[in-house]
Ligand binder design. Sequence first.
Ligand SMILES: Cc1ncc(COP(=O)(O)O)c(C=O)c1O
Length: 459
Amino acid sequence: MKKFNGQNRRNFMKGVGVTALMSAAGSGSALSMGQSMGGSGKGYDFDEVYSRVGVNSVKWDAAIRRYGKDKITVPMGIADLDFRQHPAVVKALQKRATYDNYGYETLPASYYEAIINWNKDRYGLEVKREWIRNSSALKPGMISSMRALNPVKGKVILQTPTYSGFRGAINKAGMRVEMNPMKKVNGRWKMDLEDLESRLDYETKCLILCNPNNPSGECWTADELRALGDVCMRHGVTVLADEIHCDYVNKGHKFTPYASIGEKYANSSISYRSPSKTFGHANLKVAYFFTQNEDLMNATMIGGGHDAGCNAFGLIACQVAFEEGAQWVDDVQEYVDGNFDYLVEYVNARGNMPGVEYSKPEGTYLAWLDCNGLMEKVSSPEQMRVYHDAQRDAGRRHSGLTREGCMGEWIVQNSGVQLNAGSSYGIGSDGFMRMNIAIPRSSLKTALDNLNAALKKLG
Ligand SMILES: Cc1ncc(COP(=O)(O)O)c(C=O)c1O
């Protein structure tokens, strides 16, 4: 058997994938850094401000490229983590990198076992090996399903406000977006099933469910999911359940996997997951999806033309994270929950954030801020004109020329904080801005203080 680093391949992969790498790391950098920084003593410290500048990160580097270094103090846009990676994952990737061949690989049984155990341990959900397929990210799997299950050029339902990237995915699949706007009742978004039913026709055979919902954070209850499922089943609509944010659930709430609410619902759905939001693996390009319905899976794989390959590093990161990351996830989630408490307290303390309304969400690490009270002041017709001219002079496409886009521009220019404009999240998003709070608390504090100072100047 071939050897590398003095070990045979089987032992090497075993060592990479499973054992307690944190303790094996001993005085390794990630472990000792967390401790020396006065962190948790567990080898990580979410309070650490860890620079992501200079590695082509979308959140930092793209924002800096667009607005200039002096303008970006705290970017709070794209949904990934500003925390360091789980130390065991880093160690495993470093170890894999020393084996200097990156040719085609199969996905080992241990990869699937890690997924199966994670689902069983965290959500009490049984997922069988033969139900699972890999995907390079969440959207490619979903695109394959849409292509396979919907009529050509058909419509895919989105319950808005919801994740902006779904629209691009639907377009890539060759489909059209059909929005089923939700209603805000007592501070919580509710699905409008009557409206949904009126939109379902022969052209519409897929609905994308986002649970927990990005951007507004609802963790849908079993009853809500069943009511949705009943409507969908009546019309032969397959539920494509995006559960990428499922590990971020705030105190007092619960994530309910769509596949757990009953046999008939599981049988008429596909669930899409990834460790990417949970652990910060987005650019390792690894995700998976599952369904107990063989026909739906075969259609996705064959009709949808799905490529189930995975890169060497993604699969190791996913496996190690699921094998060793449970405590890390509990800790990071608690930290984010604390950030939400801080944010809610800050926004609602008298005078701190005039024009902004906010209450704590059930899940995700995204805050959906109701900024309608700011619209007149920061995106008046006059300001829209200034914004328009600036966009034109910078040679930018005008598609982002919305009142929320203008508000986002004003916020960057006046506070150094970058948020996502609500306008890309569909009907119901007017006057909203999305803020990613998976960042060290000190950075959150800086962002809020800067916003507070900018808003105060408005009078
Ligand atoms: C709800 C939701 N689904 C999917 C994605 C994108 O996942 P991927 O990059 O794995 O396709 C995101 C990213 O923010 C998201 O919030």
